[in-house]
Design a binder for this molecule. Structure first.
Ligand code: NAD
Length: 356
């Protein structure tokens, strides 16, 4: 089991260190190799995703990723900015399915901005298609309008597109994930307005015929945005395109209170995956030893389950996280009165102890 460890920038290095500590404590035969990525790689090699880092990731069974980015790189040309490393890894590894579970831990119900009864016991999975849609469709650009409301004016345009195989493969991923959960898929579209999403809906409906044991519901994206805050527990697996998924997964992540708790996985068709917390490099708290490492530790658990075929080890990590929360240990982002405030390393140590 070969794991490429890419800590990145800011708190990335601090939180990945804790996840690696937890992986070592499992005493499984992992081979872990670390490399620079993002701003750190740019500083050392002049590129956010050096060839050597890409090769390490491509040859590994899974990538454990921290976070990249810092405001100091904002003036670089776009292809050299730290965030390009993630796009490059997604593209080269063919990562097309992004999994973001939104789970509200019993002990953190009070950290959500929603009423406790709406989110207590929340456990939903957002699956976002990562390679298509308006984010990558060509042509795109700026030009002088030849028609529309203001002919002759400067305008910008993008192209929304999805091919049938792209929709089919993400639909299969969603139905198969639902089979292991509560057997319900909500496919989110904008079929009432967009041709691309009428096609999306038609293809998902066709794929569904192969999964008669799973319930399929279609929902417009505007309604889905409302239902996520009105009755989030009514969802099980929510599957959608790249842009809607980008927005809805962030909305869903906030239901649970802290971004420091949310893991994510991006998978390709071979089961290889990139596992990272849902948050960024948090330059505002980097180097202070206060970042919450749990999202990264839970991402490592997803890695064990989805890419390394070690479901029992994944269960052990998740149970250990529940245990430290039950013990009342909290990093500052999830701290509330009556609990014990701890730093990044102490939280990692506590998870290691709870594994035993
Ligand atoms: P961010 O997610 O880094 O931080 C948002 C807020 O959440 C900050 O107040 C931060 O302190 C807090 N936070 C984030 N993770 C935390 C944790 N584990 N524990 C405690 N608090 C935490 O988003 P941002 O500030 O908008 O972006 C900062 C940098 O990160 C930018 O350069 C951005 O481009 C980059 N970014 C990278 C990724 C990625 O690597 N996948 C994702 C998002 C943003």
């Amino acid at each position: 089991m070969k794991i490429a460890v890419l800590p990145g920038d800011g708190i990335g290095t601090e939180i990945v260190k804790e996840a690696v500590k937890v992986l070592h404590a499992l005493d499984l035969p992992f081979e872990m190799e670390q490399a620079l990525v993002g701003g750190a790689a740019y500083d050392a090699h002049g590129h956010p995703l050096p060839e050597s880092t890409l090769k390490l990731a491509m040859d590994a069974d899974a990538v454990l990723f921290g976070a990249v980015g810092d405001w100091k790189y904002d003036t670089l040309d776009r292809p050299l900015r730290p965030e390009q490393a993630i796009l490059g890894l997604r593209k080269h590894m063919g990562l097309f399915a992004n999994f973001r579970p939104a789970i509200c831990y019993e002990q953190l119900v009070g950290a959500s901005s929603l009423k406790p009864e709406l989110i207590a016991g929340l456990d939903i999975l957002i699956i976002r298609e990562l390679t298509g849609d308006i984010y990558f469709g060509q042509p795109r650009g700026r030009r002088t309008a030849v028609d529309g409301h203001f002919p002759g004016a400067e305008e910008a345009f993008d192209t929304m597109r999805y091919s049938k195989p792209e929709i089919e493969r993400i639909a299969h991923v969603a139905f198969q994930a639902a089979r292991k959960r509560n057997k319900k898929v909500t496919s989110v579209d904008k079929a009432n307005v967009l041709e691309t999403f009428q096609f999306w809906k038609d293809v998902v409906t066709e794929v569904h015929k192969q999964y008669p044991d799973v319930e399929l519901q279609h929902m417009y994206v505007d309604n889905a945005a409302m239902q996520l805050v009105k009755a989030p527990k009514a969802f099980d697996v929510l599957v959608t395109g790249n842009m809607f998924g980008d927005i809805l997964s962030d909305e869903a992540s906030m239901l649970t209170g802290s971004i420091g708790m949310l893991p994510s996985a991006s998978l390709n068709s071979k089961g290889q995956g990139l596992y990272e917390p849902s948050h960024g490099s948090a330059p505002d708290i980097a180097g202070k030893g206060v970042a919450n490492p749990l999202a990264t530790i839970l991402s490592a658990a997803m890695m064990l389950r989805f890419s390394l075929n070690q479901p029992e080890a994944a269960d052990r990590i998740e149970a250990a996280v529940q245990k430290v929360l039950a013990q009342g240990l909290r990093t500052p982002d999830i701290y509330s009165e009556g609990t014990t405030k701890v730093g990044t390393a102490q939280m990692g140590d506590a998870v290691v102890q709870a594994l035993a």
